[in-house]
Design a protein around this ligand. Structure first.
Ligand SMILES: N[C@@H](CCC(=O)N[C@@H](CS)C(=O)NCC(=O)O)C(=O)O
Length: 257
């Protein structure tokens, strides 16, 4: 059986789980990070110690995009990428927008506001501005279609966990400005695979709250390229310097680990 090293809240792990549910591929989960447990023994599967990672019949792989493409090649039915070459490329671009831009726009603010229950107005405003820009772009990409690439695809699967996470942070879709994206959000969330994963996220969140345990350690965080780029380009280099000085930030494959 396929093994998935995951974290219930990771948008990247969510992308892979939803793809696995859609394709009907059975899998067992090893919860690898954060509030549920804190296993680091998957570094031999992913040296970057990031989720998701998989082992499929002895074959190890990591990075959600690489994993989803592998799943599509190995388990092609039902297809989760469009057949047309240009639409397929578009699908990958939208997935990349979700993975590198939407994620980065809300990572720091999730740490500060959700994790630490603190406020940072400059950071909040930069995130709000960026998320709105990305929602506008997705609204335009969607146009009059039901799904971002016409038919339901990895593009929808990659974006939906971020829209849900952003709404938890108060960055909701604007009903006056993102009319079509709002209808799209309902449509994608009605997919049984997405509903199943949403239920898991909500139940875990509720359980952690009842147990008074955090969903992640907001004072010891692994950062990576896009998330750091977002901080620097939004004038928050000094804030990050303090994170590093205080030992709250670390990086994949750092020699000091
Ligand atoms: N490009 C990677 C990014 C994966 C990633 O950044 N995962 C985060 C969770 S959202 C992680 O595992 N971080 C390590 C940690 O928090 O310790 C992918 O698409 O899988």
């Amino acid at each position: 059986m396929l093994t998935l090293f995951d974290d219930v809240f990771s948008p990247y792990a969510r992308k892979v789980r939803i793809a696995l549910y859609e394709k009907g591929i059975p899998f067992e989960r090893v919860r690898a990070l954060h509030g549920d447990c804190n296993r680091r023994d998957f570094v031999d599967v992913n040296p970057r110690a990031e989720v998701p990672a998989i082992i499929d019949d002895g074959f190890s792989l990591y990075d959600s995009t690489v994993i989803c493409e592998y799943l599509e090649d190995r388990y092609p039915v039902p297809a989760l990428y469009p057949a047309d070459a240009r639409l397929r490329a578009k699908c990958r671009l939208i997935e990349d927008l979700a993975d590198t831009q939407l994620d980065a726009a809300m990572f720091a603010v999730a740490v500060v506001e959700m994790g630490r229950a603190e406020q940072h107005a400059e950071m909040h405003n930069a995130a709000a501005h960026d998320i709105m820009r990305l929602y506008d772009e997705l609204e335009a990409q969607l146009g009059t279609k039901d799904f971002l690439c016409g038919t339901y695809s990895l593009a929808d699967i990659a974006v939906v966990p971020h829209v849900m996470a952003a709404s938890f942070l108060g960055f909701t879709l604007d009903p006056g400005r993102h009319v079509r994206l709002l209808a799209w959000f309902d449509r994608v969330q009605a997919r049984p695979a997405v509903m199943r994963d949403n239920a898991d996220v909500m139940q875990t969140l509720q359980r952690l709250q009842e147990e008074k345990r955090p969903a992640f350690d907001p004072y010891r965080l692994q950062w990576r390229s896009d998330r750091l780029e977002w901080v620097i380009k939004n004038g928050l280099a000094e804030w990050f310097r303090e994170e590093m000085r205080a030992g709250r930030a670390f990086f994949p494959l750092a020699v000091t680990q």
